[in-house]
Write a protein that binds this ligand. Structure first.
Ligand code: PEP
Ligand code: MG
Length: 318
């Protein structure tokens, strides 16, 4: 079965009623990009760049970043690569970045919040990314966005970087797409306003679940109830996917939920057509998509808004 799935991995994922899906990969290194490509990824939906900053004494310089981003793109052979800007803080401490001790790190100086207060580090990364955009099919994605102001401030810094590159006659693509992770619940209620400034959204169910349920995603005492299948999370996903589709802005999902084959049908019923997951899981999910019928799924899960417990959701998708 495994062999058979793998042999079909590079074919597109199309449901039995002819709905096409894009199955992308989550990676954190050039090596993982290679594995993703072999497993039939239609591109990279999430490249976690924070690993480049970890286990060292100083931040990676522009040139070092450029070379690694280039390798990731080379390994994807022209397929689109979505690169997430530094998502430091929370569970990912990096001592030299100087984040003070916080009593609630997951609610603290994380992701874009850190980058907007440490613009030198952020602009170095944006510069490396802009240079890559001259020759490769990349998009950039800001993590932990919770307010429109953060998108505007990040885009202003990006404009500064582009202006500086212009002054130096260094090439970049003006068409590079910009998106955000949807992982802070507040974003759900300002989607139309945000959509005006963005090209795409990618739902991070790992953090969205943590923040919606007020449950630390790493606390093992809570792991029985910490689940992206909580009815509130499912309803939030529905609202985000509908909102994105209404605004005509692309939406994908890159949290762990995308790798759960039990959830594939449910997500398709909510209107999701782009999933991003760890490379080795791709053949299995593509297979699940080929064996399902989206209109049947819509019928089967049409009562999802009434689900009240985690067990009900689990039962419905099993
Ligand atoms: C998420 O929060 O769902 C996500 C994909 O990002 P990370 O796991 O890196 O926080
Ligand atoms: Mg996250």
């Amino acid at each position: 079965l495994f062999k058979e799935r793998f042999s079909k991995a590079k074919l597109p994922a199309i449901s039995s009623d002819d709905v096409e899906f894009k199955i992308l990969a989550n990676v954190s290194s050039p090596k993982e990009a290679k594995i993703a490509y072999t497993n039939g990824a239609d591109g990279i939906g999430l490249y976690r760049t924070e690993f480049l900053y970890m286990n060292r004494e100083t931040p990676p310089k522009e040139e070092e970043q450029y070379e690694i981003y280039k390798q990731v793109c080379e390994n994807m052979h022209g397929l689109p690569v979505t690169i997430r800007t530094l998502d430091v803080g929370g569970d990912k401490p990096i001592p030299y970045l100087g984040i003070p001790e916080e009593s609630n790190p997951f609610l603290g100086l994380r992701g874009i919040r850190y980058c907007l207060q440490n613009t030198e580090i952020f602009k170095t990364q944006l510069r490396a990314l802009c240079r890559i955009s001259a020759d490769y099919n990349i998009r950039i994605m800001y993590p932990m966005v919770g307010m429109l102001e953060e998108v505007l401030a990040a885009n202003t810094l990006l404009a500064e970087v582009r202006y500086e590159l212009d002054q130096e006659n260094i090439a970049y693509s003006k068409a590079m797409e910009i998106g955000i992770m949807v992982e802070v619940p507040s974003v759900t209620f300002i989607l139309p306003q945000l959509a005006k400034y963005l090209d795409f959204l990618s739902i991070g169910t790992n953090d969205l679940t943590q923040y919606l349920l007020a449950m630390d995603r790493e606390n093992t005492l809570l792991s029985k109830n910490y689940s992206a299948l909580h009815p509130s999370v499912i309803n939030a996903l529905s609202k985000i996917i509908d909102g994105a589709n209404k605004e005509g802005i692309e939406v994908s999902l890159c949290g762990e939920l995308a790798s759960n084959p039990g959830a594939t049908a449910l997500l398709s019923a909510l209107g999701l057509r782009k999933y991003s997951m760890s490379g080795p899981v791709i053949p299995r999910i593509k297979d699940a998509i080929r064996n399902m019928d989206v209109s049947n799924n819509k019928e089967e899960f049409k009562g999802f808004a009434e689900w009240s417990t985690l067990d009900m959701v689990k039962k419905a998708i099993s």
